[in-house]
Design a protein around this ligand. Structure first.
Ligand SMILES: C[S@@+](CC[C@H](N)C(=O)[O-])C[C@H]1O[C@@H](n2cnc3c(N)ncnc32)[C@H](O)[C@@H]1O
Ligand SMILES: Nc1nc2[nH]cc(C(=O)O)c2c(=O)[nH]1
Ligand code: SF4
Ligand SMILES: [Mg+2]
Length: 293
């Protein structure tokens, strides 16, 4: 099921996690385009768009254009983007304008987002992005989402979808990044009685997740772990989803380097024991917990 990407080979060989060493290394001079792409005036509520490096999972390091839809059907107490869930913000964007923004997205090699590897290249060349990450909030509940994913893919972008996987929506993507929500994600019942119950009812529809997985050519299943009390639930869900251990990524709950470092001491060895990948949240280490990174 897993499609291996060049980036993976590069990472395994210790080569800097960057797909395009210079601006001329990709096909053509401009961003991906396709005459057959579907033009659309459909609008989606978007909390933010930004260009950054993928910070999590199998494509870590890859320059990407992020589109964050606003609104979520869950309420994780730890949600690091409350402006797309608890208190959704954002304006309506047409699919056309999002495609246009993705096609114009580039990352200066020498800006403050550059990694040490980039700086050591001694270049200030900009690179265009070929990867789009559709995230949220919960992207799958946004009206027009399948059309957005289709449009971006038809235009030549590699599309990653970040989702909690609670609704059975059919959409195209190149990487399904599924993050099932464990019981530790449920908000406090006394503080949020309604959302606590709704979240609990919605968070783990295994049959729906299996459907999403069955339609995807490449997957990663990312569990956010706040405590060792969640280990048994992870093992149960991995068995129910029937996914390979190598597709499972164990990610610490946390938005500071101190939290990530503390969690790694007890979480990374457990992941390794079970043959799971460990998912450090590199964007926190590169940029801090800043909106738009
Ligand atoms: C904000 S969510 C949006 C996509 C979707 N709603 C979901 O949860 O997968 C993007 C990613 O951030 C993760 N995440 C959110 N808050 C986090 C936190 N405090 N610590 C670690 N990961 C977190 C989610 O599990 C998911 O993998
Ligand atoms: N750099 C960076 N990488 C990410 N990978 C998944 C993200 C998300 O919020 O879905 C994310 C994000 O917000 N920033
Ligand atoms: S499912 Fe994702 S966006 Fe929704 S509250 Fe949880 S972490 Fe936030
Ligand atoms: Mg994020």
């Amino acid at each position: 099921m897993v499609k291996r990407f060049e980036i993976l080979k590069e990472r395994e060989q210790g080569v800097p996690a960057l797909l395009y060493p210079d601006a001329t290394s990709r096909k053509g001079d401009s961003a991906p385009s396709d005459a057959s792409l579907v033009a659309s005036n459909t609008r989606l509520r978007i909390a933010e768009t930004f260009t950054s490096r993928q910070g999590e999972g199998q494509l870590t390091g890859v320059p990407s254009f992020f589109i964050r839809t606003s609104g979520c059907n869950l309420r994780c107490w730890f949600c690091d983007t409350p402006y797309a869930s608890w208190k959704p913000e954002g304006k309506q964007f047409t699919i056309d304008s999002l495609l246009n923004d993705a096609q114009n997205a580039s990352m200066p090699m020498a800006d403050d987002r550059a990694t040490d590897e980039d700086s050591s290249r001694g270049t200030d060349t900009s690179i265009r992005v070929q990867h789009v990450v559709l995230t949220g909030g919960e992207p799958l509940i946004a009206a027009g989402f399948p059309e957005l994913a289709t449009t971006l893919q038809n235009a030549g972008f590699h599309v990653t979808v970040e989702t909690a996987g609670t609704v059975d929506v059919d959409f195209p993507c190149d990487l399904l990044s599924l993050s099932p929500k464990l019981r530790g994600s449920t908000p406090d019942a006394a503080e949020h009685p309604t959302w606590s119950q709704t979240h609990e009812e919605r968070r783990m529809p295994v049959t729906t997740m299996r459907q999403l997985i069955s339609r995807s050519s490449n997957i990663q299943v990312k569990f956010v772990v706040d405590s060792p009390d969640e280990f048994d639930e992870i093992l149960g869900v991995v068995a129910d989803l029937e996914v390979a251990a190598s597709d499972v990524w164990i990610m610490p709950q946390g938005v500071t380097v101190a939290q990530l470092d503390a969690a790694a001491t007890w979480l990374a060895p457990w992941a390794s024991e079970h043959g799971f990948e460990y998912c450090d949240r590199m964007q926190i280490r590169w940029y801090g917990n800043r909106r738009g990174t």
